[in-house]
Design a protein around this ligand. Structure first.
Ligand SMILES: C[S@@+](CC[C@H](N)C(=O)[O-])C[C@H]1O[C@@H](n2cnc3c(N)ncnc32)[C@H](O)[C@@H]1O
Length: 251
């Protein structure tokens, strides 16, 4: 249910491939997926080209084992995907063309210095021509205690922002699921993290030594008024209730 409702690895890798090509003029081959969970995004990278290699980094042994058994085993070239059980700050996987920190996982770092140390370690793990991709979310409803439901095939996805503390911007979020047959999976996933703002993140990336940081904002579909899935670099975003964007940082 998580894979169907939360991740869209195809769209993520479409963006990474196209943006890398646009900026560097050639194709990336070596990708490191930080906070990889089961390594779905790395697997999508491997599927795109048999010359591609990926390293999926996560410190949760159980989650990684599930990825090895259920994700890597489905690949035509499983040898091109390596899992490493370690803290993302000390993985030792370097000389990368692309490093990903997606699904807001790096929001788990609560302190400015910890976040900066992580960004420095990423910068030192990239080739000079490499690119660091992150996503971020925000908007005036992001700092609100709320529950939202979305219908998926056979189940309902429920996102809960249970607490938000304006003094330190830390919040408790949960994902719950409810199947169409009435089964409830309460607090299937729990996230206690800090809601970082884009100015804070851009400043920290530059302080960590990245030479250029761009925000890629999603366009709006004129008919539905919803996001159109096309992300373009811009200096001016829209003051939406909830937005998701990409951050692209060059060493
Ligand atoms: C929000 S999940 C993201 C999973 C997957 N990337 C996705 O997009 O769905 C966060 C993952 O980060 C891992 N994690 C959290 N802090 C970490 C750290 N410091 N080093 C390595 N993994 C970490 C957790 O074990 C968890 O699997």
């Amino acid at each position: 249910m998580y894979q169907e409702s939360v991740q869209c690895v195809e769209a993520e890798i479409d963006f990474v491939e196209a943006t890398y090509k646009e900026i560097r003029g050639n194709e990336a081959r070596f990708l490191r997926e930080d906070f990889s969970g089961t390594g779905q995004t790395s697997a999508e990278w491997i599927k795109r080209n048999k010359k591609n290699k990926a390293w999926a980094i996560d410190f949760d042994e159980e989650v990684v084992q599930w990825g090895i058994d259920n994700v890597r085993s489905q690949l035509n070239h499983p040898e091109n995907l390596t899992y490493k059980i370690t803290d993302v700050r000390y993985s030792g996987i370097t000389k990368m063309d692309v490093i990903l920190a997606m699904n807001f996982s790096y929001f788990l770092f609560m302190e400015r210095q910890t976040m900066k140390d992580y960004f420095v370690s990423v910068k030192n793990s990239l080739e000079p021509t490499g690119i660091f991709f992150l996503d971020a979310f925000g908007g005036y409803e992001a700092a609100k205690e709320l529950t939202e439901e979305r219908e998926c095939e056979g189940f309902t996805y429920i996102w809960e922002q249970a607490t938000f503390n304006p003094i330190n911007s830390q919040m408790q979020c949960y994902i719950h699921f409810k199947t169409d047959k009435g089964e409830q999976v309460n607090r299937a996933f729990s996230y206690y993290w800090r809601l970082w703002t884009l100015p804070e993140l851009q400043e920290l990336l530059l302080e960590a030594g990245f030479s250029q940081v761009d925000i890629y904002w999603e366009g709006t579909d004129e008919e539905s008024g919803e996001g159109d899935g096309v992300f373009q670099p811009t200096k001016i975003g829209t003051a939406d209730a909830g937005w998701v964007c990409y951050i692209v940082a060059l060493p």
